[in-house]
Design a protein around this ligand. Structure first.
Ligand SMILES: *Cc1c(COP(=O)(O)O)cnc(C)c1O
Length: 223
C-alpha cells in the first residue's frame, strides 16, 4: 500500500472511532480529502484506494489537474473549499459538485446566474467567519442566518449547510458549536468543519463533512 493510502486508512479509522465515541453512525460523516498543492501523481494512489471526494481551494489549480483525473475516475466528487472570486463563478460551477464558500451577495448573484445558464446544480454551503478574522473569508456569524434566507428568497439558491475554518490559535470547539447553532437556526443539516488537527473534535460537535489534507497527503510544499 502507498504511504498516502496508509495515511488515508489511519484517518478513516480515527473518524470511525470519533463517531463511535460521539454516539453517531460513521456513515453520517463524509471525508473530503484536501488535495490542494498536490499533483495528479500524488492524488492517484488515494483514488486507487477508493477515496472519491476531494477538496481544492483554487479554481485554476483544480482545472489543471482534475479534468484528466476524472476521465479515469468519473464518479469523483469535487468540493471548492477556498474563497471564490466572482469572475471565477462560471468556472467553479462548471467544475465543482459542491461549493462550500458562498460568503457574500455578489457571489450568490453570480452563482445563481451561472447555475441557470449552465443548467448545473452544485450543492452550496455558506462559509461563516466564526472567529471574525479580518483576513478570512466568510459571512459574519450574526449575519449568517439572514444571508442563507436571502440566498433562497432573492437568488433562488438552495443552501445545504455551513462551513467554517476556526482561527489557527483558538480552541476550535466553541467555533464548531457556534456553526452548529447557526445551522440549526437556519434549518440546515450539513456542517463542514474540522481539518487534520481538529477533525475528531469537529465530529464530536456534529460535523457531517471533515476536510482533511496534510494527515493524508503529508505536509504541503507551497514552493
Ligand atoms: C487546506 C485546507 C484544509 C485542509 O487542511 P489540513 O490541515 O491540511 O488538513 C481544510 N479546509 C480548508 C478550507 C483548507 O484550505
Amino acid at each position: 500500500m502507498s504511504e498516502t493510502a496508509e495515511r488515508l486508512d489511519d484517518v478513516k479509522r480515527a473518524m470511525n472511532a470519533s463517531a463511535e465515541e460521539a454516539g453517531r453512525p460513521a456513515s453520517d460523516i463524509t471525508l473530503v480529502a484536501v488535495s490542494k498543492t498536490h499533483d495528479a501523481e500524488t492524488i492517484r494512489p488515494v483514488l486507487d484506494a477508493g477515496q472519491r471526494i476531494f477538496g481544492e481551494n483554487r479554481v485554476q489549480e483544480a482545472q489543471g489537474k482534475w479534468p484528466a483525473l476524472r476521465e479515469d475516475y468519473p464518479d469523483t466528487e469535487l468540493h471548492l473549499i477556498g474563497p471564490l472570486q466572482s469572475n471565477k463563478a462560471a468556472d467553479a460551477v462548471a467544475l465543482f459538485d459542491v461549493i462550500e464558500t458562498v460568503d457574500r451577495e455578489k457571489i450568490a448573484r453570480e452563482l445563481a446566474k451561472e447555475i441557470e445558464k449552465q443548467g448545473k446544480t452544485p450543492r452550496l454551503l455558506v462559509q461563516v467567519n466564526t472567529g471574525k478574522e479580518e483576513q478570512k473569508a466568510g459571512i459574519m456569524p450574526e449575519d449568517a442566518v439572514a444571508f442563507v434566507a436571502r440566498c433562497r428568497d432573492e437568488y433562488g439558491l438552495t443552501i445545504d449547510g455551513l462551513m467554517c475554518i476556526p482561527p489557527v490559535d483558538d480552541n476550535p470547539g466553541p467555533h464548531f458549536a457556534l456553526l452548529d447553532k447557526l445551522a440549526n437556526e437556519a434549518g440546515l443539516s450539513t456542517l463542514s468543519m474540522g481539518m487534520s488537527a481538529d477533525f475528531e473534535t469537529a465530529i464530536r460537535f456534529g460535523a457531517t463533512h471533515i476536510r482533511v489534507g496534510s494527515a493524508i497527503f503529508g505536509e504541503r510544499d507551497y514552493g
